[in-house]
Design a protein around this ligand. Structure first.
Ligand code: ADP
Ligand code: MG
Length: 223
């Protein structure tokens, strides 16, 4: 199954996003408020109730941090970078995390130099989000990152050996706050889409249930 992930209706989601933000932040706030009230009335304060509050506060912090990434798409400083080096950089960054799950991150560079004009930290963010997602859905196995030139575009693919996604599952991707993870925020891929769009690129997804998922990113090369 293949889907073009940059669909205009998904990127004009201000209203949807605002409602989502309220919902996502209100849930942990309600829990915090409830537990706080509860603790106030207790004679013997129990650690575990503080832990619940702590966890919910962390959740709010995580969501707001990720939302900030979405809110600042224009504060970009561009420079010419070799995409191959950025991939190697992020691969190194995440390999320790991957090794803990017996996952190896392999790279195949069909071209050694893929120069793009980009905001380094933002493109790294995209790579981190996509590779992290792959790590999170796998128990063990290999994540294969391929990079090559095609015409005036740099093509990057990140293939995992995870559970893959059904057509319905793929359709939901790009909806703010859609997550299937207990501790997920459902913002990672939207952040990626935004950054790639700002770099005049594209992102596609290919996924087959039981087979795995491949995210394909294309970015314009410097001429
Ligand atoms: P989060 O990781 O916080 O859930 P994302 O926006 O990164 O948010 O991803 C949204 C959802 O897309 C995930 O919860 C998962 O259901 C699905 N998804 C993303 N990447 C993959 C993948 N590589 N394999 C299977 N499902 C994925
Ligand atoms: Mg994610």
């Amino acid at each position: 199954a293949e889907e073009d992930l940059i669909r205009s209706e998904q990127l004009s989601f201000a209203g949807q996003l605002a409602a989502g933000i309220c919902h996502e932040i209100r849930n942990p706030l309600t829990t915090i408020k409830g537990f706080f009230q509860f603790i106030k009335e207790m004679d013997h304060k129990e650690e575990k109730y503080f832990d619940v509050i702590d966890e919910e506060l962390n959740r709010i912090e995580k969501i707001t941090t990720e939302l900030l990434l979405l809110a600042k798409p224009n504060s970009e400083s561009r420079s010419k970078q070799n995409l191959v080096e950025l991939v190697e950089n992020v691969q190194m960054l995440l390999s320790t995390q991957a090794v803990l799950k017996e996952i190896s991150i392999e790279t195949i560079f069909l071209d050694e130099e893929l120069i793009i004009d980009c905001d380094v930290s933002k493109i790294k963010q995209v790579l981190i989000n996509l590779i992290k997602n792959a790590i999170e859905v796998m128990d063990r196995g290999t994540i294969t990152i391929t990079a090559k030139r095609s015409g005036n575009m740099a093509l990057l693919s990140i293939a995992d050996e995870g559970p893959g996604m059904s057509q319905e599952h793929i359709q939901k991707i790009g909806e703010p706050f859609f997550t299937t993870k207990e501790k997920g925020t459902g913002l990672g891929l939207i952040i990626c889409l935004n950054i790639i769009k700002n770099h005049n690129g594209k992102m596609n997804i290919e996924s087959e249930l039981g087979e795995g998922t491949t995210f394909k990113v294309s970015l314009p090369l410097v001429q």
